[in-house]
Design a protein around this ligand. Structure first.
Ligand code: ZN
Ligand code: ZN
Length: 376
């Protein structure tokens, strides 16, 4: 089968790989209809992780069940499914508590596994014609048959639940205001989620005009941090008080408002702009190892942030990857009910063969490349 594989920094190619197949009775093989390129794929694409060459990328996958193992009872050939990026066993301590992003069984020695991702187990990704899905009965979410809402449902594998999780971690209650750092796909999904959850005001900080325009389309107030210190801008917009909540949707490869890469700058902005006793949810990716980092500390995932201010203001912070299964059923039903259209951020729908070009354009932040879907 054809698959998009990593060949080295800024080098991916579509090549022939061994067919995805049933390896355990609890597996299914899914024929991929849509697989998205994610901002977190770019960390690997740029060579900023220890992902090995030859691995297939792709953790945002949906498709149609092609084959099931002898132990699979809930799924059958022909079912249309969304696949959470988390690969979870369903029976370990964390899975039974609903924390499927931190499964203790599918990536032994650490907590949490994912398709096609650095440090998240040996699993191939879904930017391919077919994907092997472990513990398929537990992981797959049924979708209505057919092709309706394909671009909305494809956001259920990662970014819609991840944006929702960021807002959840921030502790947002109806009527609260919130600032979202980053108007990439996850930041936009956080803005959408905050609107659905009843935020009184949503501010989104970025500098890319195309992304900020999408944030405004979602009813958010765009804050362009190339025009000045975002903390000052946010305090001005909130009469000096700050917002009730903050969401980090950038990750460690963040840039400060002068344009210099500075890990932790988004957290610093949130500590400065969220009001005392408010909450911060961090769903942008931070990694323990970054071999390509500029400083020794950053190579080990260490960075400074104003902990004194954080503590003095009594802020709280929740972190980590989204437990997709905690939210994807409800978010699917919001889509079916016509109350959420996360697919509105899609800018490009391409074939698998177009994948390498798409990576380049998305990585270069070429204007208008906001969210790319591949249809293998
Ligand atoms: Zn993703
Ligand atoms: Zn588990």
């Amino acid at each position: 089968m054809r698959a998009l594989v990593y060949q080295g920094p800024k080098d991916v190619a579509v090549v022939d790989v061994p067919d995805a197949r049933i390896e355990a009775p609890t597996d299914a093989v899914v024929r991929i209809t849509t697989t998205n390129i994610c901002g977190s794929d770019l960390h690997m694409y740029e060579g900023r992780t220890d992902i090995e060459t030859g691995r297939t990328f792709g953790h945002e996958n949906m498709g149609v069940v092609e084959e099931v193992g002898s132990g699979v009872t809930r799924l059958k050939k022909g079912d249309r499914v969304s696949l959470p990026f988390n690969i979870a066993c369903g029976h370990c301590r964390n899975c039974t508590e609903g924390r499927t992003a931190f499964c203790l069984e599918t990536n032994p020695g650490t907590a949490g596994a994912a398709f096609g991702f650095a440090d998240m187990g040996p699993y191939q990704g879904g930017q391919a014609e077919y994907l092997r899905v472990p513990f398929a009965d537990f992981n797959a979410l049924h979708l209505p048959q057919g092709t309706e809402h394909e671009n909305d449902f494809t956001m259920l594998s990662d970014i819609f639940p991840t944006g929702w999780h960021g807002v959840e971690l921030s502790g947002l209650r109806p009527g609260d205001s919130v600032v979202v750092m980053g108007a990439g796909p996850v930041g936009l999904m956080a803005a959408l989620s905050a609107q659905i959850k009843g935020a009184s005001a949503v501010y989104v900080v970025d500098r890319a005009p195309d992304r900020l325009a999408l944030a405004e389309k979602m009813g958010a107030v765009a804050v362009d941090d190339s025009k000045g210190d975002p903390v000052e801008q946010l305090l001005e917009l909130t009469d000096g008080v700050g917002t009730d909540r903050g969401v980090e949707a950038v990750g460690w490869q963040a840039h400060d408002h002068t344009g210099a890469e500075k890990p932790g700058t988004t957290i610093e902005t949130l500590v400065g702009s969220v009001r005392a006793t408010g909450g911060i949810g961090v769903v942008g990716v931070f990694v323990p190892q970054d071999p390509g980092a500029a400083t020794e500390g950053a190579k080990e995932g260490r960075f400074a942030f104003p902990y004194g201010d954080f503590w003095f203001k009594g802020l709280s912070m929740g972190t980590g990857q989204a437990n997709v299964k905690a939210y994807n059923r409800q978010l699917r039903d919001l889509i079916i009910a016509g109350k959420a259209s996360p697919g509105s951020i899609v800018s490009h729908e391409l074939s698998l063969a177009d994948g390498p070009d798409a990576y380049k354009n998305f990585d270069d932040r070429v204007d208008g490349w906001t969210k790319v879907l591949l249809h293998p």
